[in-house]
Design a protein. Structure first.
Length: 122
């Protein structure tokens, strides 16, 4: 049970860092508010990734297979678009910031997941 809680907390931390990095580097991808508002936005993103993303992957699985996994980036963009709709602190102004933000959030989450695995392994 404690391991599950620590994994969820790590995902929230990872999403928080990824959103902050994307907001810093991408023009048109902005986070407004204090760290609590950004953390709540990351909690919402973690919930979307936990509840909605598996359903999208289930229905869009054949497209993921046909594109050798590249369609997963489209699914990540859909989750960020849903987050933009449900979260007031996050504003994505157009499709280009959405694409760049998706790439950065995905890359940061991959790097932090690899680092987290190394920490949990030891």
């Amino acid at each position: 049970m404690l391991r599950l809680i620590s994994k969820v907390a790590f995902h929230i931390f990872s999403n928080t860092v990824a959103l902050i990095v994307a907001a810093y580097f991408v023009v048109g991808f902005s986070l407004q508010g204090d760290i609590a508002a950004i953390a709540i936005t990351a909690i919402i993103l973690t919930g979307i990734n936990t509840l909605i993303k598996p359903i999208l992957k289930l229905f869009l699985g054949p497209l993921i297979l046909l594109t050798f996994g590249l369609f997963s980036l489209v699914i990540n963009a859909i989750t960020l678009f849903i987050l933009d709709f449900f979260s007031a602190p996050l504003t994505i102004q157009g499709y280009v910031p959405l694409i760049y933000g998706t790439l950065i959030v995905t890359a940061v989450n991959i790097v932090l997941a690899i680092a987290g695995r190394q920490i949990y392994k030891n």
